[in-house]
Write a protein that binds this ligand. Sequence first.
Ligand code: PCA
Length: 214
Amino acid sequence: MKILVTCFDPFGGESVNPASVVVDRLPGEIAGASLVKLEIPTVFYKSIEKTIKAIDEEKPDFVLSIGQAGGRTRISVERIGINCDDARIPDNEGQSPDNIPIDKDGPAAHFATIDVKAVVKTLMAHGIPAELSNTAGTYVCNHIMYGVLNHIAKNRLPIKAGFIHIPFISEQAVGKANTAFMPVEELTKGIELAIRAIVSPEDVADIEVETRTH
Ligand code: PCA
């Protein structure tokens, strides 16, 4: 079994992206699945192209993309990617799409095909703050989530995919008052557990945790 794990480069004036820091710390194998790690640019379309190239070369069983959601208080497992680019700040190449479809012929949205509830339950059962999120936003993270799921659906590939947003890490919160963060060690443990649940969701099917918080 193989899982492609993507993360982004820093954006929006940050000097690190917690997703890259965490992915760097992950072992090469989790629960019998080998990890292929890939940093992609925080750039509309280029991020999808680079990920699709890796999918074609590596033929993974799963694709998990990870990105920073500054301000969120916990690990957010995304349920859905929508067919819309609407950037509040320019991407790393200065593009600011304004309410543009990602694929003009594509469906309005794609649900994650990983077992999102198994991931949230696993994290909560291990005492790691986590939530199921119903929006990945309309910036490059939603773009990659929709783009990867759309590519898999269009080409009927036997690959499950999903997206996880993570908060700032401690070092990013130093100069920001009243801003949520999680220690990198806890985030790394959380993503490792998430990958375990993604590659073998049957192992966590019987965990009794209420994931509906809203
Ligand atoms: N987070 C951004 C894009 C890159 C990243 O790490 C987002 O939430 O869209």
